[in-house]
Design a protein around this ligand. Structure first.
Ligand SMILES: *Cc1c(COP(=O)(O)O)cnc(C)c1O
Length: 462
């Protein structure tokens, strides 16, 4: 299995190389050269399998000879051993035909644990084999950073630096990043918003001298290994509702487009998905683009669903690559236009996008109202991101096709917003309480590339 860049000017890589690299050297994102498929019989056989076994079956065709079957099974088992639910990704019913896929039973209470815990294991295995040391640098609007730190803290061959927007993450999110005491963990609070953090990380990857000096590796949602790990729960949940005999639809609270793109991959692999619905909050660039073809960032407005507060949606580039028939020159051109302010998707590509995705937007008021309604109707406390999904899903329900909305975080990660909306303060699971008594360790930095690079070089020089 070989991996190619969406911009066509970086070398083809193996799974291991694509995973360790993250962003391609031409600025693009890696994708498999061909997407493997599972037969109807193979999909049927997933029914009733333990999550780990299903994960092995679904991901195995993508990893080539990076790990033996026995190794890969072991890594998957270790990745999910720390989850607090035997089903890993349990499905709950909200209403007739509408289901909630709970993806928040991992160690940091958000869906990002599914991918991050697995790539932590895969990085560790690959690096201890080669004896190499790497520096992971990531940007976060809250959940990626905590999941990355949780997955990589204390690992031998890795330093992890996480840039987050100062003052714009929740208390729980911040503490998850600042309280681990391991010396390979570095939380950096940046003066700026999430897009600033993400832009500085991209700058570092595009500075090849720096990139090679510190052996930079990325685990942001553009990392192919992360997208791959997220494909699994689209299969397990669809199969439990009757796939492959029955089609299902998904609604995904979306920011960087990684999670929903994993759904697209599942569909390409043969899972009968009817609609993939992109749900955005008031930062609705994706909804606007999917409905008008114009992709034009106009600044982030902070919301109560902060993990979706973005205007530059990295993985959308993969969707564009697919919609343009894998024309890397066209994608490179769009990304150049984006630097100059925005772009318009061609008619053909817009048609292709609309065949794959629907979209909707949920305002702040609607988000709060949905939390309150769900609480009243089902007793279920939704986190604000999941509420955005539930609201948009409710506008896309179809008779005969079950809708699965992804619940991307535990409500206790966003207690203030949930309490304000519902009157109920979601209790933090017991194992998370002790972080409130631990010391925080964080470095404040300006939104300044040189300053951040110097700090990283200093701290990784051994
Ligand atoms: C990251 C995140 C999202 C957005 O997922 P993408 O893959 O970036 O689209 C939604 N909800 C929560 C809680 C998240 O942490």
């Amino acid at each position: 299995m070989r991996y190619i860049s969406t911009r066509g000017k970086a070398p083809e890589l193996s799974f291991e190389e694509a995973m360790l690299t993250g962003l391609a050297r031409d600025g693009g994102l890696y994708l498999p050269k061909t997407i493997p498929t599972l037969s109807t019989a193979e999909i049927k056989a997933l029914h009733g399998m333990p999550y780990e076994e299903a994960a092995f079956t679904i991901m195995r065709p993508f990893i080539g000879d990076t790990f033996t079957d026995a190794e890969f099974k072991q890594l998957i088992a270790q990745a999910y051993a720390g989850f607090n639910h035997a089903a890993r990704a349990p499905l709950k019913q909200l209403d007739s035909g509408h289901f909630l896929l709970e993806l928040f039973h991992g160690p940091t209470l958000a869906f990002k644990d599914f991918a991050m815990q697995l790539i932590g294991q895969m990085f560790q295995a690959a690096l201890s084999r080669s004896g190499k040391r790497i520096t992971i640098v990531g940007a976060t609007s809250g959940d990626t950073g905590s999941a990355a730190i949780e997955a990589f803290r204390g690992l031998d061959n890795v330093d992890v630096f996480i840039l987050y927007p100062h003052g714009r993450v929740s208390d729980v999110q911040r503490r998850q990043m600042t309280t681990p005491s391991e010396s390979n963990v570095h939380a950096l609070a940046v003066t700026g918003d999430f897009d600033d953090c993400q832009a500085r990380v991209k700058d570092m990857f595009n500075d090849f001298d720096f990139r090679d000096t510190v052996s930079l590796a990325g685990v942001n949602s553009i990392n192919w290994g992360r997208v791959l790990a997220q494909v699994v729960y689209f299969f397990t949940s669809a199969v439990s509702l009757g796939a492959p005999e029955r089609k299902v639809s998904f609604t995904v609270p979306t920011g960087n487009f990684g999670d929903i793109f994993a759904g697209y991959i599942a569909k390409q692999m043969g899972l009968p998905i009817d609609r993939l619905v992109v749900a955005t909050n008031q930062n609705d660039i994706l909804h606007r683009c999917l409905s008008t073809s114009d992709y034009k960032p106009d600044g982030v407005t902070p919301s109560i669903s902060p993990s979706m507060d973005i205007q530059v949606s990295s993985n959308f580039e993969r969707a564009l690559f697919e919609a343009y028939g894998r024309d890397s020159a066209a994608v490179a051109q769009l990304m150049d236009e984006l630097k100059a302010g925005g772009f318009k998707v061609s008619q053909g590509a817009a048609q292709a996008l609309s065949e794959s995705y629907d979209s909707g937007r949920c305002s702040e008021e609607e988000t709060s109202a949905t939390i309150a309604q769900a609480m009243k109707a089902t007793g279920e406390l939704l986190c604000p991101h999941s509420a955005v999904g539930v609201k948009v899903a409710s506008e896309h329900l179809q008779a005969d096709t079950p809708m699965i909305t992804l619940a991307t975080a535990h409500p206790a990660k966003f207690p203030d917003a949930v309490e304000a909306a519902s009157g109920v303060r979601p209790p933090l699971p017991a194992h998370m309480l002790e972080q409130f008594s631990r010391d925080e360790r964080v470095t404040r930095v300006e939104n300044d590339l040189a300053e951040i690079q110097t700090l990283i070089k200093d701290r990784t020089r051994s």
